[in-house]
Write a protein that binds this ligand. Structure first.
Ligand SMILES: [Zn+2]
Length: 318
């Protein structure tokens, strides 16, 4: 089992409840996909099932949770389906009323709870309103918006917060400064992005595009425009990456090279910084942000990118 590194505040909170016997009947753990909800929930489940209530990882309770063989832990997920229907919840409810076999608690984990249908949530509501005294429900969801207000009012909600760089480095050592920043504190996203060559290509192109804007001539925006035409998410990513480069330039101007994200592009950053003053840097960032807002509307991606490049050139060479 992986320890939920960096989520000590949450695991300590549950530890105090488990050890004092004050654990509630239903918790909704929420946070972006990849933030570590499952890891936290797994750890807390070990704690609940542990004979010393400490997630010792040695006792029968802990070992059976780790191996997936603990009969008192029920796990429900969508299993590649688009939703979790009422049948699954009804089946779980029948199981819940059977007393625990090896522990004094029964833990029910519902992954991707935001995919529960309305009918499934209403069925669930009945059992979390009047649960058997030994039952503890964990609902894991990316966002609370898919959960009925009636369900939310019956559960304790726990937000799984983003992690800092130091904690991310413990979980995924050896990634680039860029990735530690770009994953926004989400360890799952970091693991995915680590092998994402497409993103690395986009980053190189975005940095090259901004660096090229400052050149005297020879900048051909049509080299880059197809990268924006690939789709709205791709265009949005390109603009995010361009903004990060401009941010790095501003940091360099403030003698803050230590927190630059694109450290491997430092020569381009220095060159851009030498030819574009701070005021113009801010304006370039504004031009990119304006274009990014345009992406939210239904207009042409080509025109949004063209306008952005033309405005940026105007600002820089004004
Ligand atoms: Zn144990």
């Amino acid at each position: 089992m992986i320890l939920p590194i960096g989520q000590e505040r949450i695991t300590d909170f549950f530890k105090a409840l488990v050890q004092s016997g004050r654990l509630g009947h239903a918790y909704l753990l929420f946070g972006d996909r990849g933030c570590g909800k499952k890891t936290v929930c797994n750890y807390v489940t070990h704690m609940i099932m542990c004979s010393s209530k400490s997630a010792c990882m040695r006792c029968n309770g802990c070992l059976t949770v780790s191996s997936g063989a603990n009969p008192d832990v029920i796990r429900i997920s969508n299993e590649d389906k688009a939703s979790i229907g009422v049948d699954k919840i009804r089946e779980m409810i029948r199981d819940v009323y059977v007393r625990p076999i090896i522990s004094d608690k029964k833990v029910i984990i519902i992954e991707n709870a935001h995919l529960l249908t309305k009918g499934a949530q209403n069925a669930l509501l009945k059992v979390i309103e009047e649960p058997p005294e030994y039952a503890v429900f964990f609902l894991l969801c990316d966002s609370k918006s898919g959960i009925l207000p009636t369900v939310i009012s019956r559960v304790n909600t726990v937000n799984i917060p983003p992690l800092g760089t130091a904690q991310l480095k413990q979980i995924v050592p050896g990634a680039s400064d860029f990735l530690y920043h770009y994953c926004q504190g989400n360890p799952g996203r970091l693991m995915e992005l680590r092998d994402d060559e497409e993103l690395q290509n986009q980053r190189s192109n975005a940095c090259r595009a901004v660096a090229g804007l400052a050149g005297d001539d020879g900048f051909d925006m049509y080299t880059y425009i197809p990268l924006f035409e690939a789709g709205r998410p791709q265009a949005n990513t390109m603009m995010d990456l361009m903004l990060m480069f401009v941010r790095d330039v501003m940091l360099h101007k403030s003698n803050l090279d230590g927190i630059i994200i694109n450290k491997d592009k430092i020569n381009d950053i220095k060159a851009f910084s030498a030819s574009v003053n701070s005021e113009k840097c801010f304006k370039v960032a504004e031009c990119i942000q304006t274009a990014q807002r345009q992406l939210g509307k239904s207009g042409s991606l080509t025109i949004a990118a063209q306008t952005m490049f033309i405005k940026c050139r105007e600002v820089i060479h004004d």
